[in-house]
Ligand binder design. Structure first.
Ligand code: XMP
Length: 327
């Protein structure tokens, strides 16, 4: 019967057989699937694998460090981080349309990743070493069944994720999670010693905070949202609600201002929206009845600690008609 040690053993053998002595590239996103598939491949072929982490500047607080420090420390994976935030923010300047944002972020991600890929291939050629032949993908069983479609809302929003990398004919895919469901992937990840914060991470969209700022994406706005999001996440976790909540997007209404009062001064700041949802598969969702005391604590902390925010509001819309993300 199923246990994660068996899965690891079987997959390690299978990967070794598939890859031989060739080199392998993997894209890490900070999420569970890419973290576990990459760690499995590393366990099988060690430093034949190079992992690439593209920082698009739209990550949440601490996510890059989590990958660069904790993940690397626990797995020993050789990692290249590309700081591409200048490029992404440059292309996003002046853009407010949600689909436009998604397309730009998806396109730039592929561009940056392909550039690193070409560099690694050239490096292997120049050194006369083994050729780079394989690309790791964190495809899960439900993705296979859905015949390659991402989450089921691709017709409503153009999804971008690390699984959506270009299907490069030069590379053969290594997909060690193809037979697994999400909870099995998590069990395998724990068995491999991947940090719990990554293994139990809730879904986070590929376009990141870029689609949680309603309006133009700028560095300043990202900084505001990052702080508010970190507060909401830590309070929800402290309240023991992570099991009940599927995910909780925190959204900055960057083009909206409202009047407030703080101390004896007038403020004119931005609202932050909390969108806690409960769901089975993200196809439908209900808003989570987070206890009032927890909401109060989040609201107090955000308005006290994030200067530009003077109002916190709660999204009480189910899906449908609302989607989980605002863009
Ligand atoms: P919506 O907003 O369509 O979101 O109700 C459904 C689920 O998908 C996630 N999501 C994405 N995930 N790339 C991803 O990998 C994307 O472009 C993307 N857009 C939305 C969302 O967070 C929710 O879990």
């Amino acid at each position: 019967d199923w246990n994660s040690e068996n899965v690891i053993e079987t997959q390690v053998a299978r990967i070794r057989e598939q890859v031989g002595s060739a080199r392998v590239i993997s894209a890490l996103s900070g999420g569970v699937d890419s973290a576990v598939s990459t760690a499995l491949v590393h366990k099988a072929v060690g430093d034949q694998l190079t992992a690439v982490f593209v920082d698009h500047g739209l990550l949440r607080k601490g996510e890059r460090e989590q990958v660069e420090k904790d993940y690397v420390a626990s797995t020993g994976v050789r990692l290249i981080t590309v700081d591409a935030s200048e490029t992404f923010l440059g292309h996003l300047a002046g853009v407010t349309d949600p689909e436009q944002k998604r397309k730009i972020i998806g396109r730039e991600f592929i561009r940056v990743f392909e550039k690193v890929q070409r560099e690694l291939v050239a490096e292997a050629e120049a050194s006369g070493g083994e050729p780079v032949k394989f690309l790791v993908q964190g495809t899960l069983y439900p993705d296979v069944v859905e015949s390659g479609g991402g989450a089921g809302t691709a017709n409503i929003k153009s999804h971008h994720n690390v699984g959506g990398l270009p299907e490069d004919l030069e590379f053969e895919l290594v997909e060690p999670l193809r037979t697994l469901f999400k909870d099995e992937v998590r069990a395998v990840g724990r068995e491999l010693g991947i940090p719990e914060a990554i293994v139990s991470r809730q879904p986070f969209p590929g376009p990141g905070l870029g689609i949680r700022i309603i309006g133009e994406v700028t560095r300043e706005r990202l900084e505001i949202l990052r702080e508010a999001d970190a507060i909401a996440r830590s309070e929800l976790t402290a309240a023991g609600l992570d099991g009940e909540i599927w995910q909780c997007p925190v959204v900055l209404l960057a083009d909206v201002r409202s009047v407030g009062v703080q101390g004896d001064g007038r403020t004119y700041g931005h609202p932050i929206v909390l969108r806690p949802v409960s769901s089975e598969d993200a196809m439908t969702a209900d808003w989570t009845r987070v206890p009032f005391e927890v909401l109060a604590r989040i609201s107090n902390r955000i308005t006290n600690e994030v200067r530009e925010v003077n109002r916190v509001v709660l999204d009480v819309t189910s899906k449908p008609p609302g989607t989980i993300e605002w863009e």
